[in-house]
Design a protein around this ligand. Structure first.
Ligand SMILES: [Zn+2]
Length: 41
């Protein structure tokens, strides 16, 4: 049951693992901090 996939954070460029159905996968950010920073452009 390993449905996690590797994504690259849109903000810091770090690879991170998330479930495809998770918000992180949809948003493309590894953490809430990166999501906030990425959207403040
Ligand atoms: Zn990040």
């Amino acid at each position: 049951m390993s449905d996690f996939e590797t994504y690259t954070c849109e903000h810091c460029g770090e690879p991170f693992r998330a479930h495809p159905s998770a918000n992180a996968a949809e948003n493309g950010y590894c953490s809430p901090a990166c999501e906030t920073a990425g959207k403040e452009l």
